[in-house]
Design a binder for this molecule. Sequence first.
Ligand code: FCB
Length: 458
Amino acid sequence: MTSPSPNASALGFPADFLWGASTSAFQVEGAAAEDGRGPSIWDTFCRLKGRVDNGDTGDVACDHYHRYAEDVALMRRIGLGAYRFSIAWPRVLPRGRGAVNPLGLDFYDRLIDRLLEAGIEPWACLYHWDLPQALQDHGGWANRDSAGWFADYAVLCAKRYGDRVKRWATFNEFSVFTLFGYALGWGAPSVADRGEHLKVIHHVNLAHGAGVDVLRDLVPGASIGAVHSVQPCRPEDDSPDNVEGAALFNELWNLAFPDAQILGHYPPRIARAVEPYVQAGDMARIARPVDWFGLNHYAPLFAKADPSMVWGCGFGSPPADMPRTDIGWPLQPEAFREALLDLTARYRLPIYVTENGYGTKTPEAPDDNGVVMDTARIDYLRACIAQMAGARRDGADVRGYFVWSLLDNFEWGGGYGTRFGIVHVDFATQTRTPKESAHWYAALIGSALAESGAESGE
Ligand code: FCB
């Protein structure tokens, strides 16, 4: 080990702080056409020419559908207290509604049971971007009926798994999949239309509210949240146009969903724009009480005015002297503390960090001794966890942390060439090799368990 041993309790994390890892269905499961799974909008998107690096698809991914038991064993070796995964809507309802797919439902039974046997708490997310294509063919999220489709899907999952799964998230990163999919055209379903995007923002918020109601009604003892991407948003420079562009982008990226869901109103610029789609009673349907705020955070965001974008604003560049990863993401761990404290002041909810991590285009192949020396990832995780400790000392009620990701996986437009895992996956052989960051994370978790006098698993 090159790095000093981490010590969770010295950083002030209590013994019951939850240490976990996250994945999502489309990114890891594979088995895309197996056992009755229907196509999702990401299967369609992957087949559009030039949209995903290397023409990669989710057809096989990490083959987690078949290798979940090996993956749960890995989680246990690392000492994870929780595993956040998503349920693939098209696996359990191949056409999005109507006929259920019993074999698809069985898969999550197996996964959940295996996690529970290993002493790992299952955290299920209902939607991590893989809308059934059949629903997209009926307008997808731009159709107001989508809130009802989502509620029916939530009923199915709550009834089936709610006896064993108590931790539920409705959606993952509302702002990211709606902006990328409907305003920028960079993700599925590849639309770039301001009016469509506005409808989608509102309908997805309605779907979230309906999902919370379903989970609350059907899952005894449920602990319910939603997962938001929050990145302190800074103008690229201080020109008035870019300052206003960044203010608008901040509302789109950071506020449009949590403000509606937790405060019961849209931020001002979005409120004006979305008004034609808001019906009487909608805001009360959206703002259903939740138990925690799920934060995904990787980096600060730089924004600017951009007339070529449907909103007239878009991504700007970080300052030239700010360090970045080789995929271009700024490295400024202090932004994480800032995000945690801002959220605490604005929403006053317990926070779980549902994603944080470090991605690279470096192949990170194991050396002759089977070692993957991912020092830069360890350095960034360590710095972020120290910032999280600082935010806790300053009053943020952060109760858990999930690293993204357990495994190298299908990184959306980056395909398999971008790696975020603490476990290396050789996609030709599906061999898993824990990277040094996995050993480091295991030591961090082990230090927390040692302090509490608990057994450390293996
Ligand atoms: C987040 C996504 C997750 C993963 C990471 C790197 O935006 O929620 O699926 O792609 O970024």
